[in-house]
Write a protein that binds this ligand. Sequence first.
Ligand code: NZQ
Ligand code: ZN
Length: 387
Amino acid sequence: MQNFDYHTPTRLIFGKGAIEKLPSVMAQFGKKILLTYGGGSIKKLGLYQKVKELLKGYEIVELSGIQPNPKYNPSVLDGVRLCKENNIDVILSVGGGSVLDCSKAIAAGACYDGDPWDLISYKVKAQAALPIVDIITLAATGSEYDCGGVISRTETNDKIGYLDPHLFPHTSFLDPEYTFTVSKKQTAAGIADAMNHTMEQYFVADSTLLNDGFCESMLRSLMVNGRKCLENPEDYTARAEMMLACTYGCNGILALGNSQSGWPCHGIEHALSAYYNITHGEGLAIITPRWMRHILNEKTIDRFVKYGINVFGIDASLPKQEIAEKAIDATYAFFESIGIPMHLREVGIDDSRIDEMAHHIAVNEGLDHAYAPLTEKDIKEILLASL
Ligand code: NZQ
Ligand code: ZN
């Protein structure tokens, strides 16, 4: 078991009607709020109106229109400017992971005098950030319980995931009822995203029985409940369990004491959504089984065997190679069965920029240090197999 130093300061307020505690949480900060949201789903939900009602008496400045795969320009830059011009005390993010990630970048940028990209690109370490409170409306990223954000910069095809301990939300509100309206496409993408977060932490050299069990249970729960959410979007119990599972995904709790994995599927997917603006979870579902097949070898086979037996119930008496291959097939079949397009061509990606993307990933993502190290050639092969 590896040493670790772990701290998650975020308060989670979970369940039906959780939002009623919003005024008491916001009362801990000053009166000036930057309310951030996306393209309007929160208005259709009635959540925007509810927030406004609960926060009467506050001065609320709004930043709307934050897009999926949130953009540095204009969203982060506009948010930073609004915070500085209005002396904002706290950011209230209402929406999915994209709105929250953008809000995190704004929170740090607002306390920094230079170009906020310096912080995102790790050129400068943030010294402070505005407090962030969020109401998360889509179960997927786990951003509500981690200190990471993923920001895209269109002109350079960069999509950078960065971590900064100042960016843990102060409080996250999780009411599963707010996820009833999430479309089938986004629900499936959320399942795939959270499953891949778990797999990124499961496929490592060094792990424990404890963490393996936690990850295996996460995967089974996400598959069972995810399917129920798709069949009946208003199944509270299934939405609730899926929401909590997604929340655990990225804050490290699944891998305490494990060796590093390098998060290879995320490294590859971030380039796909940077170049082609695709949905993150769909890109991951396409890449994952191809990555698995690519790294299956004598060194990694035991992980695949364990995964196949404990997650998919594959017969443990079969030869190892057969179990591993069945496990990879089952992974592919599950994603396909929840309606995810399983080829890059289906999401608008052809072979014209594969070389360029493979190079970009190899240079920027450090996957030569992953659990199963990937060179530029490996990355290209995985991308070609995903077409
Ligand atoms: O913009 P609005 O109108 O709000 O619509 C959104 C958006 O179109 C819609 N939506 C959200 N909640 C809804 C809803 N529609 C109906 N009912 C609701 N309750 O869903 C669409 C997608 O939203 P988005 O926020 O983009 O999805 P998600 O939460 O999956 O976030 C994806 C982003 O998070 C990053 C991804 O790379 C991607 O940029 N990630 C962040 C991570 C983190 N911070 O830890 C880790 C992840 O690995 C991931 O990389
Ligand atoms: Zn992800």
